[in-house]
Unconditional design. Structure first.
Length: 453
């Protein structure tokens, strides 16, 4: 189609679109360590891997950006437990204080292609604003360690810098960028998402899946994705939607089916596939019937993307939970609260076999089956678990009715609490809450996501 041809040409062309303005950026580092100065030429990036002690990065001269967010000149940015790159369109000088595990200058990047995608999406937003319609809905797909989340943040940040208010949807159940592990959600982004936790998404619409693996409760995930998609589609703003997904590699059937299901649920206009030719071709085939106007486009992987070891991922997960409860700069005051077992009602999705797919047409995904929610009796197994607080039914005095339990799989959460201690002797549990307001509801959902520390 002509749209596909235009988009493919935009991705392939060598020059940045005229309507895109270059931006500044920087890197992060700890205080008190070695200070090094790096001079970058235009369209180069400084690549860093920071483990353990933080490093601080300062933009001394020029312009630079991290994930599309401008780095303020002369201000120090502190970063820990991150692997990222500081890119410059026009050239810059950066100082790094601390001892990152890896730091070097990369000369070959796919930033022109990413900027051209942004330019194309911005044209769609302008058309939507003129016609009074909705903006483009884009989904980013790729295998683990492909940089897809970085691409999603970059596209959102570039849109925000031009005055747009896009919706960022995160379907990565292992690492939701603005919630806790096991959650999915969406938020209108009014400020650029920065490395130091400032700006970005506020008051997200959140759902708690409760598991790190998509195939743990696939039917439950379908219900949650459907509810999230229905809510997001009601926000028909020119800023459009950018959807990040769980890692999807060739041959990973449960994850691929989840991607196809989500693309259809959100009725996406564009699917950008990072690195994987097979996924690209499979999606072109499997989305053509239900989404005939959707474009599927390959994007190159950045040369700076590196594999994340399990220990690093776990450390990153702890950091995201710490940011949720304590804030990126430890400026929040979460409150431990002791609650009797008799005052809380916890539910978990029962394990069900996945729907058979061998009888379905190629590319088809079975509709979500009804999910049975089982009430959980408090036990020591709850220790260190994360629970989602559901407010749809308010605070209840007795077990949910059958109708309410049928609604529970698609209910959103107002927030998340962490089980710090289970006191079987006194039949009570200590919950860490994000604030001191108190529990807005005593109905909670859980899975197997825990936070040991």
């Amino acid at each position: 189609s002509s749209l596909t041809d235009q988009l493919m040409a935009a991705v392939a062309q060598g020059e940045v679109r005229a309507d895109f303005k270059g931006a500044p950026g920087s890197k992060s580092g700890p205080e008190g360590g070695t200070r090094r100065v790096f001079s970058l030429d235009r369209e180069q990036e400084l690549r860093l891997e920071v483990e353990g002690q933080a490093v601080t990065i300062t933009l001394e001269t020029g312009h630079a950006e991290i994930f599309g967010a401008e780095l303020p000149r002369g201000e120090r940015t502190e970063v820990s437990r991150r692997k990222f790159a500081v890119f410059t369109w026009q050239g810059c000088t950066l100082s790094v204080v601390g001892d990152p595990k890896v730091v070097y200058v990369g000369e070959t990047t796919p930033m022109k292609q990413y900027a051209n995608v942004h330019g194309y999406l911005q044209q769609s937003r302008a058309g939507a604003r003129k016609s009074g319609g909705r903006g483009p809905r884009s989904m980013i797909v790729g295998p683990s360690n492909s940089g897809k989340t970085s691409v999603a943040k970059l596209l959102v940040n570039y849109a925000v810098r031009l005055g747009e208010r896009p919706v960022l949807v995160d379907l990565d159940v292992k690492h939701c960028c603005f919630l806790v592990p096991g959650a999915i959600g969406a938020a209108v982004v009014a400020e650029t998402i920065t490395m130091d936790g400032k700006g970005g998404a506020f008051d997200p619409l959140a759902f708690f899946y409760g598991y790190r693996e998509i195939d743990s409760r696939p039917e439950l995930l379908k219900h949650l994705v459907t509810s999230l998609a229905d809510s997001v589609k009601k926000v028909a703003t020119p800023g459009g939607v950018v959807i990040d997904t769980s890692s999807c590699g060739a041959g990973q059937v449960p994850t691929y089916e989840a991607v196809v299901f989500a693309a259809k649920a959100f009725e996406v206009d564009h699917v950008f596939v990072v690195e994987q030719d097979r996924i690209y071709n499979d999606l072109k085939r499997d989305l053509s019937a239900d989404l005939p106007n959707a474009t599927v486009v390959r994007l190159p992987k950045s040369g700076g993307v590196v594999a994340h070891e399990k220990a690093f991922r776990r450390q990153e997960e702890r950091q995201s939970c710490s940011d949720y409860y304590y804030g990126p700069h430890t400026d929040l005051c979460p409150r431990p609260t002791v609650v009797p077992f008799s005052k809380i009602f916890m539910y978990q999705a029962a394990s069900t076999p996945p729907a058979p797919t061998d009888a379905l047409p190629i590319g088809a995904v079975a509709a979500p089956k009804e999910v049975e929610m089982v009430r959980v009796t408090p036990s020591e197994a709850l220790d260190k678990r994360i629970l989602g607080v559901v407010t749809r039914f308010g605070s209840v005095k007795e077990e949910l009715s059958e109708q309410q339990q049928r609604e529970l799989p698609s209910a959103d959460c107002v927030g998340f609490v962490h089980v710090q201690k289970v006191d079987m002797a006194h039949q009570r549990v200590t919950l860490l809450m994000p604030n001191a307001v108190g529990l807005p509801s005593n109905v909670m959902v859980l899975g197997d996501v825990d936070l040991p520390e």
